[in-house]
Write a protein that binds this ligand. Structure first.
Ligand code: NAD
Length: 267
């Protein structure tokens, strides 16, 4: 039995992850964490998640929640994830990181932690998006310089980071396949007399509104034809299911930073 603690236990993803662990074979929720002062502290994590009593009270102490755990699943906020990763390294616990929007310094902390303990770190844990990542590499390298690449993503209005971690990863994959530096060619703004599109740039646009779970389209636009690769998430469950699968996959792994391509065997 793999014992799992979940941070962000009362959050949108945390609740679905707790529920899906209860439905998975061979995994068990042993700890649930929320931020200090949260209204649901002390309540049963299963009750808060809507999957019935688990006899695991939500605590604000990560150390306490990790006492019996083998692995932490963390879908919270970047600054919180970085602190939690350092605690996992100190206690020798494996970690699944789903949080997006980490800056380069915060990503480098995850890299350091992964030298001490196994970490799955992926901006999108769905099978479909990870298959898209794989296909995108081939599309970009096959279509080459003759097709302009633009990426558009849509998310719910509560999302804090922009563009999404998935859109950035898609941009990085395309840039890498075309031999470009993503940070040099990503174009996040077009306004006013901004001039003609440059051949190298990768346009990144975001739409925010309502309760859209998440949609990503990569446009390859040539002269006379256009290809669109679209992924639409219809619920959060495929992200949560991927995170639970990653937690099971991590059992017995050596320290290192892994991604969902490896978890899903797509690498
Ligand atoms: P959310 O705001 O609903 O949940 C975050 C939770 O973290 C909140 O309940 C918050 O109270 C809690 N939290 C804050 N500080 C904490 C602390 N110190 N300890 C424990 N918990 C703490 O957000 P969400 O929609 O669940 O998304 C969370 C993150 O997951 C975001 O970065 C989002 O982009 C990312 N995400 C990733 C994937 C993926 O597949 N990798 C999929 C969906 C969402």
């Amino acid at each position: 039995m793999i014992k799992v603690a979940v941070t962000g236990a009362a959050g949108r993803m945390g609740g679905r992850i707790i529920t899906l662990i209860t439905e998975a074979e061979g995994l068990q929720v042993v700890g649930a964490v929320e931020m200090a002062g949260h209204a649901r502290l002390g309540e049963d994590a299963g009750y808060v998640a809507g999957c019935g009593q688990l006899n695991v009270a939500i605590t604000d102490s990560l150390e306490q929640a990790l006492t019996e755990a083998d692995v932490l699943i963390d879908f919270t906020w970047p600054e919180v994830t970085v602190q939690n990763a350092q605690v996992c390294a100190k206690l020798g616990k494996a970690m699944v990181v789903g949080t997006t929007g980490l800056n380069p310094e915060q990503r480098s902390v995850i890299d350091q932690v992964a030298e001490q303990t196994p970490v799955v770190f992926a901006p999108n844990m769905s099978v479909g998006v990870n298959v898209c990542f794989k296909i995108l590499k081939e599309m970009a390298s096959t279509l080459g310089e003759d097709f302009d690449v633009e990426i558009v993503e849509l998310h719910h209005k509560m999302k804090k980071d922009s563009p999404s971690g998935t859109a950035v990863r898609m941009g990085e994959i395309v840039a890498e396949a075309l031999g470009r530096d993503y940070n040099q060619v990503a174009n996040y703004h077009r306004e006013g007399m901004c001039g003609e599109r440059t051949q190298q740039e990768i346009g990144m646009q975001t739409v925010r509104g309502g309760d859209i779970v998440g949609e990503h389209t990569v446009y390859f636009v040539g002269m006379g034809e256009r290809i669109e690769l679209t992924h639409r998430a219809m619920s959060r469950d495929m992200f949560a299911r991927g995170a639970v699968r990653a937690a099971g996959w991590l059992a017995g792994k050596a320290p290192g930073r892994y991604d969902m391509q490896q978890v899903l065997g797509l690498d």
